[in-house]
Write a protein that binds this ligand. Structure first.
Ligand SMILES: Nc1nc2c(ncn2[C@@H]2O[C@H](COP(=O)(O)OP(=O)(O)OP(=O)(O)O)[C@@H](O)[C@H]2O)c(=O)[nH]1
Ligand SMILES: [Mg+2]
Length: 287
């Protein structure tokens, strides 16, 4: 399945599109534009197709920050090649927090002053056809817009049975029994409001439980969360670095953490860039 083909576009080629739509330079802070944070670990084979899908599917103004851990990573020459061909919206940044995907994602967040940040996996798993719709919801005032595999219209193609089963179970039970406003709290593919993330003291250190931590803290803090249906597909190239058994206790920690009392309190929750949300959640506080 090639998502680039799914995305309706004009008859521009990706290269033409880059020049046609380009507005931000990657080196500048974008106040309102979307920033894609893409952690990579040897994704050189997948990256050209990822970039082509981004160009075909994302019609909104964006810039991309690709975060790598080590200088020999085979994604680097591929991204450098894209840059040398004149692309100004993409930037390579070395993980400066801690080896591993959490440090990489947080390094990406650090590059952004404010506005929407979308975490995108480089393994072609995420549904880029939904990015514009997700951004539209962010602009309506949601601080998390989750890609959701487990709501009506969402889908999973492939992937290990046990991992998907646990993730579905967690997402659905958090929605049904805790009323978290997404069916897919564990999904990495989410837009986060940068200022909201800054209000949290992040405890995840190594694994993808970071997604659950951020969602649970946002929920408990009274931030606005919504979701759009997305299709997730298993990677066909490269190697998964997901460590189910090592990370499971951390997932469980954040799962049960969600059942504590909500603690909204002042100040942190009003998005100052969206008139309609200004003043909402005035009782929120940092978690
Ligand atoms: N910088 C950095 N990126 C990483 C690291 N581990 C994984 N990534 C990237 O994070 C994204 C997701 O990694 P995967 O290993 O596929 O993990 P996953 O998507 O949760 O797991 P699967 O469902 O098995 O595919 C990919 O873009 C990886 O290249 C890491 O240690 N450092
Ligand atoms: Mg993956």
């Amino acid at each position: 399945m090639d998502r680039a083909k799914d995305c309706e576009r004009t008859n521009l080629t990706p290269v033409q599109i880059q020049h046609h739509e380009c507005c931000d330079t990657a080196g500048e802070e974008s106040i309102s534009g979307l920033t894609l944070v893409i952690p990579v670990y040897d994704e050189g084979v997948s990256f050209p197709r990822l970039w082509s899908e981004i160009n075909s599917c994302v019609h909104s103004k964006f810039r991309a920050i690709v975060v790598y851990d080590f200088d020999q990573d085979n994604t680097l020459p591929v991204v450098n090649d894209i840059v040398h061909r004149g692309e100004t919206r993409i930037r390579l940044v070395k993980n400066r927090i801690r080896q591993g995907v959490v440090g990489a994602i947080l390094t990406g967040f650090e590059q952004v002053e404010r506005g929407p940040v979308l975490v995108v996996m480089a393994d072609l798993s995420d549904d880029l056809t939904q990015v514009d719709a997700m951004l539209a919801l962010y602009q309506q005032g949601y601080q998390i817009v989750a890609g959701s595999r487990y709501m009506d219209g969402g889908k999973i193609i492939g992937g290990p049975f046990l991992k998907q089963g646990l993730s579905r179970l967690a997402g659905l039970t958090l929605h049904w029994f805790r009323r978290i406003p997404t069916h897919d709290a564990t999904n990495a593919f989410k837009i986060y409001d940068r200022e909201m993330v800054r209000a949290f003291s992040i405890e995840s250190r190594t694994g993808f439980e970071l997604n659950l931590e951020l969602t649970v803290k946002a929920f408990l803090g009274g931030y606005r969360i919504t979701e759009v249906p997305t299709t997730w597909r298993e990677r066909t190239q490269g190697k998964s670095r997901f460590r189910l058994w090592a990370w499971l206790p951390k997932y469980l920690h954040w799962y049960f953490y969600a059942f504590q009392r909500k603690r909204p309190s002042p100040k942190t929750h009003a998005r100052t860039d969206v008139g309609q949300t200004r003043g909402v959640n005035e009782n929120a506080r940092s978690l």
